[in-house]
Design a protein. Structure first.
Length: 224
């Protein structure tokens, strides 16, 4: 009797496992998985493994990194996904994974600017550290070049350089060129009014002309 019960129990267990496996297969029809590996940094600690996450489409699907750096994101339907590695200290370049309805997986670089540009990536995915996050910006230090290349210094130095260089250029030119330059300078020479006199006449009104005896007689005759 006990032997029969044992045989029936084993048969029931085998039947249950068979049915459960078939149910799981039916539920997982059309669902796929994405595999890859994240290369730890040289100074990786236990905190790196616990703080590193694999995000698919911004966290819609989530996976953790194993001790060897590998990961598996399961239960993904066919479609296009963005796979990225999230770590508070290290930066990783994301990738785009496309899964067809037949389960064929293709990986390529993620390019938001030129989405039509396709750069194939090997599959399973491989992520390496690209850079470290910089949360603080170092204070800018004073340098002598900042002073020398400032606009005010350039405005003062460049005219002096031109004044010193132009005579040498004129002396280095041939006699004909020097003669033409001198004639052009003489032709453009004209009397410039004095700035002080111009400002005085403008703000002080017309200049007063002293009265002479002749002018006084002319004014008297005009009144008579």
């Amino acid at each position: 009797m006990n032997r029969k019960m044992y045989i029936l129990g084993c048969f029931a267990l085998i039947l249950y496992r068979t049915i459960a496996a078939e149910v799981d297969e039916d539920l997982n029809v059309g669902l796929f998985k994405v595999e890859g590996k994240v290369t730890p940094p040289d100074e990786a600690t236990s905190d790196w493994f616990t703080s590193t996450r694999v995000l698919v489409n911004g966290g819609v699907f989530l996976a953790f990194v194993r001790d060897d750096g590998s990961f598996v994101v399961s239960n993904l339907p066919s479609g296009s996904y963005v796979v990225e590695i999230s770590n508070p200290d290290l930066l990783y370049e994301p990738a785009r994974v496309e899964i067809t309805s037949k389960g064929k997986i293709r990986a390529r670089k993620l390019n938001f600017i030129q989405s039509s540009t396709v750069v194939q990536l090997p599959y399973p995915l491989k992520f390496k550290t690209k850079a470290r996050f910089k949360y603080f910006q170092s204070r800018e230090q004073w340098r002598i070049t900042d002073f020398l290349f400032s606009p005010m210094v350039l405005m003062m130095v460049l005219p002096l350089v031109l004044i010193m260089v132009m005579p040498k250029l004129m002396n280095a030119a041939d006699p004909d060129t020097q003669k033409e330059m001198q004639q052009s300078l003489q032709g453009s020479n004209f009397d410039m009014p004095d700035l002080a006199e111009t400002m005085t006449s403008f703000f002080g009104g017309a200049k007063k002309v002293p009265l002479t005896q002749k002018s006084i007689k002319q004014i008297g005759r005009a009144h008579v």
